[in-house]
Design a protein around this ligand. Structure first.
Ligand code: SAM
Length: 278
């Protein structure tokens, strides 16, 4: 069988290799996190990807795994509470969360990505009846968000893991507004889970050792988790996670100093909910 080619990915799609490397090496490098992703190991081997390219960047490697575990927990709780729910993962890269968490067939799961990543996913990830890919490049958020199966009153969970920082600010805001509007129109509760970079992190993104090995840089910054609630009226914060605190001594120190100077997190992951449709 031909080996799918990941040597020529687009500027932003190439960043999917960073968390893929992290998931592949997690059991060996960070056994204390208790994380294993056999699908990541299989996919990495199948594309002939050497995670050593990013392995020395402890902050990004640990951070990706701490973040993936936090997202996994939220998805598992949502699935348990809403067995007939809709899950949409924006910018899934080569992550197969449905396999990792044992997603039940009663959940509809959609992975939204660029066309070239969807092509790779189709070659690398086994199809499941309740899981499908959606190609979203070149589409306005309003256009593709409305294509999602937002059945009336069906609760939805939308994930953006390691994605918002690559969006143009206007596109990110339009995406979040479209998601809020779609939920409002159908009176379906919306849980939104994403991680965000601070202005400092965006300004210095090319100094991130892993990102520096790609051609990508961050473009969208948010100052506080509450700022998202100003983009989508009615959205409330359920929980915020301090990922940087668990990413090794350097990340911990930099994030502490950033907080002392600015009073804000250098990077945060947050879970929001929209249930107020008035
Ligand atoms: C750092 S990777 C994270 C991948 C995945 N969420 C994970 O944790 O393994 C960022 C991903 O976001 C995707 N992405 C960024 N902007 C996007 C956009 N506008 N539309 C679709 N996908 C996007 C990229 O293609 C890439 O796969």
């Amino acid at each position: 069988m031909d080996r799918p080619d990941v040597t020529n990915l687009g500027v932003v799609p190439e960043t999917l290799l960073i968390p893929l490397a992290a998931r592949m090496i997690a059991p060996e490098r960070h056994p204390d996190l208790g994380f294993r992703d056999v699908e990541a190991e299989r996919i990495g081997a199948r594309i002939g990807f050497d995670p050593g390219r990013f392995a020395d960047d402890t902050g990004s490697m640990r951070g990706s795994v701490v973040r993936a575990s936090w997202f996994d927990q939220i998805v598992s709780a949502f699935v348990a509470a809403h067995p007939g729910g809709l899950c949409v993962s924006i910018g899934s890269g080569l992550d197969d969360r449905p396999a990792r968490i044992g997603l039940p067939e009663s959940i509809t799961w959609i992975d939204a990505e660029f066309a070239e990543v969807v092509r790779l996913r189709e070659m690398l990830i086994a199809p499941r009846p309740n899981v499908r890919d959606l190609t979203i490049d070149g589409l306005e958020p309003g256009a593709w968000v409305n294509k999602l199966p937002w059945d009336a009153r069906r609760p939805a969970l939308v994930l953006g893991e390691g994605v918002t920082m690559y969006l143009a600010p206007a596109d990110g805001q339009a995406l979040f507004r479209s998601l809020g509007e779609a939920a409002r129109v159908r009176s379906a509760s919306l849980d939104l889970v994403a991680d965000f970079a601070s202005p400092f992190m965006v300004r210095h993104s090319r100094r991130n050792p892993s990102l520096a090995k790609t051609r990508a840089s961050f473009t969208w910054a948010l100052r506080r988790s509450q700022d998202v609630a100003t983009i989508v009226p009615g959205l409330s914060l359920v929980e915020e996670a301090d990922i940087a605190r668990r990413c090794g001594a350097l990340s911990w120190t930099v994030s502490r100093v950033h907080r002392l100077i600015t009073g804000r997190a250098i990077y945060f992951a947050a879970h929001y909910r929209l249930t107020d449709f008035h």
